[in-house]
Every structure is written in C-alpha cells, then in structure tokens.
Design a protein around this ligand. Structure first.
Ligand SMILES: Cc1cc2nc3c(=O)[nH]c(=O)nc-3n(C[C@H](O)[C@H](O)[C@H](O)COP(=O)(O)O)c2cc1C
Length: 386
C-alpha cells in the first residue's frame, strides 16, 4: 500500500486557558494554559487534534509523491502512521481509504490556493440561529459596548492643503443611486410581479451577450465586471411570493433566462428556508425573493490556478452583482439587501453543492417595503439613529 499526505494541511497551536484551582488555593497564578496541535484540513471539513509524534510524521511524508507504507513505517513511528490514516490526514491508495482520497482529489483538482481553501472552509456557518449566538446589535448598542469607533474617514495631509473639487454634475444614475437602500421592513402581503423579478434577474445575472472562444469555450458579457471575464457567480433563487411561480428553490440559467426548479415548497416551508438561510434575520427573510450567490471556484481557478488573489476576486464578483441588484431594485421602487451572515452549510445541502467546488458567498433579496419602520434603515435624506 502507498501513502501520501493530504494536499492542504495547516497546523494551529491552540491554547486553552483554565482556572488552576490548586494554584488558586496556594495563592499563586490562577490561570493555567495548555496547548495542543490542531490540524485544519479542508478536504475533511473539520478540525482534528494531533500529538507531537503525529506532527513529526506529517512533516516527513510527501504530499505529492506516493511512498510505500512499509518504507515509511521503517523510518517513522508506525502507530502514528496508522492513526493519521484513520484520521484522514494521510491518504492511502487502497479501497479502504477511497472516500477520504476522493475528497482530497476534489480539492487537488479545484486548484485552490491552500490558504484560501482554509479560510473558505472554516469561515462557513452551520446552524447559526438567534438561540445559538446570532446577534444583531444596533449602532447605539455597539457604541455603548465598544465606545467610539475609528473616525469615518482618513484625515491625511496638512489642514487646509486639500484641492477643492467642483460640485458633481447631475447624472442619469443619481436618482436610482439615491433611492437605493437596504430594506429591513418588507411587506409580507406583497407579491413580486413576475416581470419585475425577470428584469432583476436578467439584468443582474443574465448574459447580455454570449461569445464563443475557440471551438467550444463560452464567455458571457454581463452588466457587472468579473475577474478574468469568467463570471463564476451563479444565482440560485428562493421564491416565496413571486406571481405565477410555485414557492421553492430554482437555479437561474443566465443564458436561457429561465428558472429551473430544484425543489418545490409550500409557503411556510419557503419562509422557514429563507429564515434558516439568513441565520434567523427575520427582517431579511420576509422579502418575497432571496437570491443565493454561489461562486463556482472551479471556473475562476481554471484560469487563476493556485493563485493568491483568486478567492478575493470571487468575493468581489459577488459584491459587484449585489450592487447591480440593489440598483435595479431601487429603479423598480423597492429596497434590497445582501448578507454574508448566512448558514453556508445548510445552503450547500439544500442546493446539493460541494463547498470545495462551489463557494456560497452571500444572499441577496428584495421586495416592496411595508411602510413600517420596526427595523432600522438608512434611507437617503432621512435623519435618525440606526
Ligand atoms: C457585505 C455586506 C454584508 C451585509 N450584511 C448584512 C446583514 O447581515 N444584515 C443586515 O441587516 N444588513 C447587512 N448589510 C447591509 C448593511 O448593513 C447596509 O448596507 C449598511 O447599513 C448601509 O445601509 P444602506 O445599504 O441602506 O446604505 C450588509 C451589507 C454588505 C455590503
């Protein structure tokens, strides 16, 4: 049997602090610190404790070249090798280790920058709800807890040395940009007209032009810019109240301009799904349409292989699409929202996505405002606290 190390492995020295009761009674230091090694591996999607012997073994086995297990056991600690195979940190080439090997191969094939794979994997949320720690403090509560934030701008250069610029001329986008705001008081009775949803989806996520390159490759022109022109971010739509559509999950096809049904739901299930997606932010879940922005890492990393900036570009792509979505909603007289405070893992499960290939980045949504101001909003021209 041959073995090699998993492709992406980071080791964290983690410290746990505890009260040292014997020291407390003896009148000396009361804080006891203990450290342990934690292996962070995206292919297993969990943290794994290891000991010092296992750490040494991991550092002595190639992640690229397959080595004979017998030969490794002669030069390294054999029981530690067995433990690391059982933990999935060493990969075996036999049938017994096929499941872990398959996950490691998915990771290798996706061309992630290792640090990015780590950040993405371990920044995902699962089952975050109001009871499990989801907090939404107001600005005033933050001020009360943390004191003054850093000032709103940088103040560089000598006072009075700034070059005053002319007042901006009016432009076509002004009105729409000023109408844009994040809605947190959606009208639960309102249904989004299908034509409005269709325009929002097509003008934000749809292909404005399809170009062939070579024999079979295709690139899309959209209304937002995209790193490498690859447009890796796809839209999955949770319909709650859109005229003529059954509630449930759909994939928006950007070339065909159609919603492809993934799972039909009744209205209560769609509402519960929305709430779970946005980690109990009821003020966002009330919107009649939610759109999950999913970055197809494999498409971006096809060009930007093992690239320092690729993951950043993926997130920026989603941000651009969100702003376009907001502006189109404002044009239609509606507020919109975006949130990254989402239960990524549950969203992956409901959409059948593998986080190593498809990165759930954010959830957007929009709909008519109710007119109430139960939750804070920051609308242009208004005053007051948020
Ligand atoms: C990346 C990002 C994440 C956000 N996350 C949340 C969120 O979790 N919940 C929420 O209510 N608003 C969220 N917002 C909306 C901001 O709070 C909002 O944009 C900000 O308060 C300014 O208000 P405005 O959009 O109306 O100008 C998010 C915005 C961005 C850009």
């Amino acid at each position: 049997m041959k073995i090699r190390r998993c492709s992406v492995l980071y080791i964290e020295s983690r410290e746990a602090l505890a009260i040292d009761w014997s020291a407390l009674f003896a009148g000396t230091s009361t804080l006891a610190a203990s450290t342990e090694w934690i292996a962070l591996v995206p292919h297993l999607d969990r943290e794994i404790g290891i000991d010092a012997t296992e750490l040494t073994v991991l550092g002595a086995i190639s992640q690229t070249v397959w080595s004979e297990r017998d030969a490794c056991e002669q030069r390294l600690d054999a029981p530690a090798i067995a433990r690391l195979l059982a933990k999935g940190l060493l990969i075996g080439d036999d049938a017994e280790h096929a499941a872990v090997r398959e996950r490691d191969e998915v990771l290798r094939a996706a061309h992630w920058r290792p640090m990015a794979a780590l950040v993405h994997t371990f920044s995902r949320w699962t089952d975050v709800r109001s009871e499990t720690g989801m907090e939404a403090p107001t600005f005033q509560e933050l001020l009360d807890t943390y004191g003054e934030p850093p000032p709103p701008t940088l103040e560089l250069g000598a006072p009075g040395s700034g070059v005053k610029l002319p007042a901006p001329a009016s432009g076509l986008l002004d009105e729409t940009m000023r109408k844009r705001y994040t809605g947190r008081n959606f009208d639960l009775q309102a249904t989004l007209p299908l034509a409005v949803a269709a325009r929002l989806l097509q003008r934000t996520f749809g292909a404005q032009q399809v170009r062939r390159i070579g024999d079979s490759a295709t690139i899309l022109k959209k209304t937002s810019p995209s790193g490498g022109g690859l447009h890796p971010v796809e839209a999955f739509v949770l319909v709650q109240r859109i005229a003529g559509l059954t509630p449930g999950l759909y994939h928006y096809h950007p070339i065909e301009h159609e919603l492809r049904p993934l799972r039909a739901m009744d209205a209560p299930e769609a509402a519960a799904t929305a709430l779970q997606m946005v980690a109990d932010q009821q003020w966002l879940a009330d919107a009649p349409m939610q759109v999950v922005l999913v970055g197809r890492a494999e498409r971006t990393f096809w060009k930007y292989r093992n690239h320092h900036k690729a993951y950043r570009a993926l997130a920026l792509d989603a941000g651009h699409l969100s702003q376009t979505f907001y502006l189109l909603a404002a044009e239609a007289g509606m507020p919109a929202f975006i949130t990254a405070a989402i239960n990524d893992v549950e969203i992956e499960q409901m959409l059948g996505l593998d986080h190593l290939r498809h990165a759930v980045i954010a959830v957007c949504g929009c709909g008519p405002a109710s007119g109430a101001r139960d939750m804070a909003e920051l609308r242009y021209g208004e005053t007051g606290t948020i």
